[in-house]
Design a protein around this ligand. Structure first.
Ligand code: COA
Length: 174
């Protein structure tokens, strides 16, 4: 069985990610989507929320599993029985970073190969930061993310803007 791992932060999952996933499913028997604990990012959604959003967004695909990991990607790939890492290449600007990561992962574990897939042209300019920014400015994101993600973004933005309740002041005893 050919298993691939598709890692990322997925904060949140977009149609761009799902496009890559669909392409990977044509090539592999199973794809494990893996949310990385990434200390260099400060995600809008908690890991639990991102896992849930990914599970719901991929529930109609067969042969997809969703998980999360800390530590090295190649170690998690091995743990899940995956021999291929899937990464999306959207533009030339992705190349340098992806090239470096692919070579480093190869140096860490030679038996894990990285495969790059290109999303549909109209999705190449997407990233999760842009989506989060649009949502925070109350723009429409429904053409870029599944409806459940758009709704979750709306709720998240609303919950962040809600002022914290002040604790009730105690009456002083006379
Ligand atoms: N459609 C839309 N957006 C896409 C996309 C697509 N097809 N492909 C990538 N992106 C976006 C992501 O949304 C993300 O956007 P953001 O930065 O605005 O939030 C950005 O492109 C790139 O992020 P992502 O694909 O999530 O990768 P990452 O750089 O956050 O994480 C890991 C990379 C998790 C794979 C890497 O850090 C890792 O392997 N970590 C584990 C530790 C390890 O093994 N380190 C050694 C590796 S060399």
């Amino acid at each position: 069985m050919k298993i691939a791992i598709y890692p990322g932060t997925f904060d949140p999952v977009t149609y761009g990610h799902l496009d890559i996933l669909e392409r990977a499913l044509k090539l592999f028997d199973k794809v494990v989507i893996a949310i990385a604990h990434n200390s260099s990012k400060n995600p809008l959604f908690t890991e639990k929320e991102r896992l849930e959003l990914l599970r719901l967004a991929t529930k109609n695909y067969e042969n997809v599993e969703v998980g999360s990991f800390g530590g090295l990607l190649v170690d998690y790939a091995k743990k899940r029985g995956a021999t291929t890492i899937i990464r999306g290449l959207r533009a030339i600007s992705d190349f340098e970073y992806e090239f470096q990561m692919a070579l480093m992962n190869r140096a860490l574990n030679e038996s894990v190969e990285t495969v790059f897939l290109m999303p549909k042209e109209e999705l190449t300019y997407l990233n999760s930061t842009i989506i989060r920014n649009i949502a925070q400015l109350h723009g429409r994101v429904s053409q870029f993310v599944p409806p459940l993600v758009a709704k979750a973004l709306e709720q998240k933005v609303r919950s962040l803007k809600r002022p914290a309740l002040k604790p009730l002041a105690r009456k002083k005893k006379k």
